[in-house]
Structures are given as structure tokens and as C-alpha cells.
Design a binder for this molecule. Structure first.
Ligand SMILES: [Zn+2]
Length: 237
């Protein structure tokens, strides 16, 4: 925010109780507001819940500041090199989060943006789906999870639905159609699970077997615009 007594001076306030990764992200996010938005506002109030797992009402400028922070903290070319031609599991992603000094969730979201693999990241809050992020190739091949309830609950037969499993960092193999109704019966996916908070928050990572874009189905070109900055983050419906 701008110093009320000296318009040329700006400051960033960080919650001292937050962990180091959160503070780093907040500082980078606020720097983004300073660089991108200081002409339009003198102060920015960034509720930590609205950052990243963005509330549906999150303003465009909040997403822009998140994107700015992600670009500073996790440069895309560096991340792309780190994940290329590599078997991905949650240990690999956790090690990368430590390297970049960012939270595990922030790294997972960034992974979805830069991976060449078909991958879907789901964020569950108290048993209900809050956000679904899909990689570019997942969007291109129309891989999406089946919707059976509103709000969506974990699908039967999945790790996400198994409350006796809190962590599955090596993942398990499942028929892809368990999660994604449109996948061919022979296709497989690997499901990973990470619970945190008071186990009320769960991240599910689905890494699907490779597939060609579906040439007979052109509808994705209209429905999922890859130029849309929101392509990787669609609110749970
Ligand atoms: Zn903000």
C-alpha cells in the first residue's frame, strides 16, 4: 500500500505468523500489484484465502498478481526443464516445491500449467470439489472428470473417496474411466493424493496415459480457449 504520508513510498505488509513459503508468495504477489496495478489503486487487501484457491469472486487483478508471483518464484522455462521426460510423483513435486521455496499447492498448480502430460489437479475442501485444473493436453483431449453431484464429491472407487488413505505419494493405477467417463476402457491413469490442514483439504493429482487429440471432436476448440488465462482453473460447478 501507498504510504498515506508520502505518496512516493509504498510498503508491503506480511503476516509474520505465516510460513516462509506463504510470506514469499505474498511478497511476490504484492510486488505484482505494485508493478501492474499501482496506477489504479493506492492499496490492495489480499485475503489469503482469495489468493491461489481464488474465491469465485476473485478479481482479475488478484489473478494477475498471482500469475506475476508464480512467474517470479517458479520461472516457466526452469520448471519445464525440471519436469521434462521424468516420471512424476508427489515426492518429485514436493522436492521441486522445496527448490523453488513455494508451497506444495502452488507448485502443483504450476506443474499443471507446464506439463506436457495429460494431468488434472483437483482441490477438495471438506469433501467437496473446489477447483479443477487441467493441463493443456488434458484440455486438448477433452479429459475431464465425470460430474455426478453438485457440489461434486469424490467418485466411488477412487483414492479421493477412500477416507482411510490420507497420503498416496506414489499413486495407484486405475482405469482412466473411473474418473473420466469419456476415456476409452483400456486407458489408465495414476491417482495421487495429498491431505493437509486438519485433513480437511485434499489435493488429487491424476496423470493420464497419453492420447491423441480427438480429431472427430472439434468442440473443444470453441469450449476451451487455450488463450484464456483461466484455461487451467475452472471453478467447480
Ligand atoms: Zn492481491
Amino acid at each position: 500500500m501507498r504510504n498515506p504520508k508520502d505518496a512516493a513510498e509504498w510498503g508491503i505488509f506480511v503476516n509474520p505468523d505465516a510460513g516462509p513459503e506463504r510470506r514469499r508468495f505474498t511478497i511476490a504477489h504484492e510486488l505484482g500489484h505494485f508493478v501492474l496495478h499501482r496506477a489504479r489503486q493506492g492499496s490492495f487487501r489480499c485475503d489469503k484465502e482469495s489468493v491461489h484457491f481464488g474465491l469465485d469472486t476473485a478479481a482479475v487483478i488478484e489473478r494477475e498478481a498471482d500469475e506475476f508471483a508464480s512467474n517470479i518464484l517458479m520461472p516457466g522455462d526452469v520448471l519445464r526443464d525440471a519436469i521434462a521426460n521424468r516420471r512424476i510423483d508427489l515426492k518429485v513435486l514436493s522436492d521441486l516445491a522445496k527448490t523453488f521455496e513455494v508451497s506444495f499447492e502452488a507448485l502443483c498448480i504450476r506443474f499443471i500449467k507446464y506439463t506436457d502430460q495429460r494431468a488434472i489437479l483437483l482441490h477438495w475442501d471438506n469433501g467437496f470439489l473446489k477447483y479443477e485444473w487441467r493441463s493443456k493436453s488434458a484440455v486438448r483431449t477433452r479429459a475431464r472428470i465425470r460430474r455426478t453431484s453438485d457440489p461434486q464429491e469424490p467418485l466411488p472407487g477412487t483414492l479421493a473417496a477412500d477416507e482411510s488413505v490420507a497420503q498416496a505419494w506414489d499413486g495407484i493405477e486405475l482405469p482412466a474411466s473411473t474418473w473420466c467417463a469419456e476415456e476409452a476402457p483400456y486407458m489408465k491413469l495414476r491417482e495421487f493424493k495429498h491431505s493437509y490442514g486438519a485433513r480437511d483439504r485434499v489435493l488429487t493429482l491424476l496423470v493420464l496415459e497419453g492420447a491423441e487429440p480427438r480429431p472427430w471432436d472439434q468442440s473443444w476448440q470453441d469450449g476451451d480457449n487455450l488463450d484464456d488465462p483461466d484455461w487451467q482453473r475452472s471453478a467447480a460447478e
